[in-house]
Design a protein around this ligand. Structure first.
Ligand code: ZN
Ligand code: ZN
Length: 256
């Protein structure tokens, strides 16, 4: 039951969607098509965050391409008056020390750095190939592996958050076990937003309540791969409402 004085989602206006893909990785819409879809939904800001280059089969061809994408976005922004398109990337963690697949000299040129754990990456070394890539496969079938890899995943992601200037951690716990409270604590210290991923829609009210208690800032994102999914944030908004997360704790929301 939600009390009347709770300043929550009913008063929340979601003005941005900071995670979507284009045809530069595995998205089906061009940057311009995604931007047009965002305008049609009345969004004020979006981030194009294609997959980092080490994401097997879906990543951008190379990290340098992100600078060309940025230039394309800059030109597009000159045409658009009512929407701001930001240039970002959804980088992959590629070793146990928290290295990511986009060099600092490139990500510091971008507007936004998103980092997420993905199981199908080219790792930096053999130990990462075994402890991280292979173990995240085994854990699907073996519970001892699940416990072990949960610790590895958590440590690896937390290292990445401390090592890089990450704006958003994408889909925490999706298909890869994590200690979500530990991740949230690291997000608070490193001022990283914790994503509620509306495209995958796997997060529960109970887990978001637990995470919210750490004081983390949330972001609702679509992770759109199609124009039709841009700005589709209702699933996440419903979770926030049920978890009674106030609007001040959501970076892409404001009170009406
Ligand atoms: Zn992802
Ligand atoms: Zn994504």
């Amino acid at each position: 039951m939600i009390s009347d004085d709770w300043r929550g989602i009913k008063l929340m206006h979601l003005f941005a969607d900071y995670h979507m893909h284009s045809t530069y990785s595995d998205g089906r819409g061009t940057i311009k098509e995604m931007a047009e879809a965002a305008r049609a939904k009345g969004l004020e800001e979006i981030t194009i965050a294609d997959h980092g280059p080490r994401n097997i089969g879906v990543g951008v061809k190379n990290a340098e391409l992100l600078l060309d994408i940025k230039e394309e976005i800059r030109e597009l922004n000159e045409e658009l008056s009512d929407l701001q398109v930001l240039a970002g990337v959804e980088a992959d963690v590629v070793d146990l020390a928290g290295a990511i697949d986009v060099p600092k000299k490139i990500y510091k040129e971008l507007d936004m750095l998103l980092v997420g754990l993905h199981p199908h990456v080219w790792p930096n070394n053999l130990k990462t190939a075994w402890d991280y890539v292979a173990m995240n496969k085994f854990q699907l079938y073996l519970s001892p592996a699940r416990r072990k890899v949960r610790t590895t995943n958590t440590k690896t992601l937390v290292e990445a958050l401390y090592k890089h200037d990450v704006d958003i951690v994408t889909h925490p716990g999706l298909g890869m076990p994590l200690d979500l409270e530990e991740v949230a604590k690291a997000c608070v210290v490193t001022e990283t937003a914790y994503e509620i991923n509306c495209g995958h829609g796997y997060q529960t009210v109970a887990e978001i309540e637990k995470v919210a208690r750490q004081g983390v800032k949330f972001v609702l994102n679509s992770d759109a791969h199609f124009t039709s999914s841009v700005g589709e944030l209702q699933i996440g908004a419903e979770i926030l409402k049920q978890a009674k997360v106030p609007v001040e704790q959501v970076i892409n929301a404001r009170s009406h």
